[in-house]
Design a binder for this molecule. Structure first.
Ligand SMILES: [Zn+2]
Length: 374
């Protein structure tokens, strides 16, 4: 081997090393340009795995709760159908009979002791004004007027008025002065109403010859035009007492007819329908509407219609003794509504706003009674 060949070998070796180093550095430079992450990973492998691990975990944690909310919101649409349709369907049920079995029926104590304050022929010709069914005892004419303590017989001025039974005149004159009570010094009407000449104007009170259950019975005629009797006069049923007028607090000609039991004053009235003999071919109806505790319901609207659907339904309003001066129920029957002169036959009685109805038979000359409970 010559010196020249040895140096040639060194040159070749040097060039080879140079090429190798050049390739490695070139590869690093190119790698850094093309795939910096790979190079970074190769040069610093330890920190990278921790970042990648946490990045993967975050989405799975945050997605989990949103996925769990979906089922909880699902029941809402199922709750939306409140089904009011099925509620209206339950209103249709057919008539159910009352009273309910748990309620003890009151005895029907009929005491038709009185005739009419006007001639029977007049009442028969105009049954819807003798008495007026819109303003019956205990009602308010749908809230327009005071609670009524009697019945209105609406007829022309100077229609004759007759004694409804045998008895004695205990009051006759003007209600502008206190002329009722046993001493003749008690106010007859609600008040003196001096501007109107007294609440009942010219009036007559008849004390019946017959007592009822040991109590005196009085019949009062108010708003008269002419008075034909004096205190102390004895009269027979059908005798003339005077004429219809519109004295006192009256909107038109009529007689306000009242029944008083025990005491001749405004606080002792009873429903005249329970005392007046029904017109020929007709009977009366009374009833009792109570709440769940058994107390009388006041102000409920009651409609009465023929079971065969003929004729127009009649309506009235319930009363109770909870306002002063009170209207009173019968001591035995405890009624809080009554209707006069219904043609004999079957009737359906309904309470407005309630689902049930009751059937009742009205017989000629008799009082039918019905219990309505809640
Ligand atoms: Zn009246």
């Amino acid at each position: 081997m010559t010196l020249a060949s040895r140096s040639t070998q060194q040159v070749i070796l040097a060039v080879g090393v140079g090429i190798l180093l050049g390739c490695v550095c070139g590869a690093v430079v190119i790698g850094a340009m093309v795939a910096p992450d790979l190079v970074r990973a190769a040069l610093a492998p330890s920190p990278t795995p921790t970042f990648t691990a946490t990045r993967v975990i975050y989405p799975t944690i945050t997605l989990a709760p949103t996925a769990s909310r979906t089922p909880t919101s699902a029941p809402i649409p199922t709750a939306t159908p409140i089904t009011p349709i099925s509620a209206t369907e339950t209103i249709t049920p057919t008539i159910t009979r009352l009273p309910s079995p748990t309620r003890t029926p009151r005895p029907i104590v009929q005491h038709f002791m009185l005739g009419r304050p006007v001639a029977t022929s007049i009442a028969l010709a105009n049954p819807l004004t003798n008495p007026d069914p819109v303003y019956l005892y205990g009602t308010t004419r749908r809230g327009d007027l005071d609670v009524h303590h009697g019945e209105e017989f609406e007829n022309p001025m100077n229609t004759p008025l007759y004694a409804v039974a045998d008895g004695t005149i205990v009051t006759a004159g003007s209600d502008a002065q206190p002329i009722c009570g046993d001493d003749g010094k008690t106010v007859c009407g609600r008040d003196l109403s001096p501007d109107y000449g007294g609440y009942y104007g010219k009036l007559v009170v008849l004390l019946l010859e017959r007592a009822y259950s040991g109590q005196r019975v009085f019949a009062l005629y108010g708003h008269m035009d002419k008075v034909a009797v004096s205190v102390g006069d004895k009269v027979k049923q059908g005798d003339l007492l005077g004429e219809i007028g519109m004295t006192g607090v009256a909107l038109g000609p009529h007689v306000h007819f009242e029944v008083r039991l025990g005491v001749n004053d405004y606080a002792h009235t009873r429903n005249p329908i329970l005392w007046m003999t029904p017109l020929p071919g007709r009977g009366a109806l009374a009833g009792r509407l109570t709440d769940a505790k058994g107390a009388l319901v006041r102000g409920a609207r009651i409609t009465v219609s023929r079971a065969d659907d003929t004729g127009n339904p009649l309506a009235t309003e319930t009363y109770s003794r909870d306002r002063w001066p009170p209207v009173n129920s019968d001591d035995d029957m405890g009624e809080n509504f009554a209707m006069p002169d219904l043609l004999a036959g079957d009737y359906i009685v309904r309470v407005q706003g309630q689902q049930y109805a009751a059937r009742v038979t009205v017989e000629e000359g008799k009082l039918a009674f019905i219990e309505l409970g809640q």
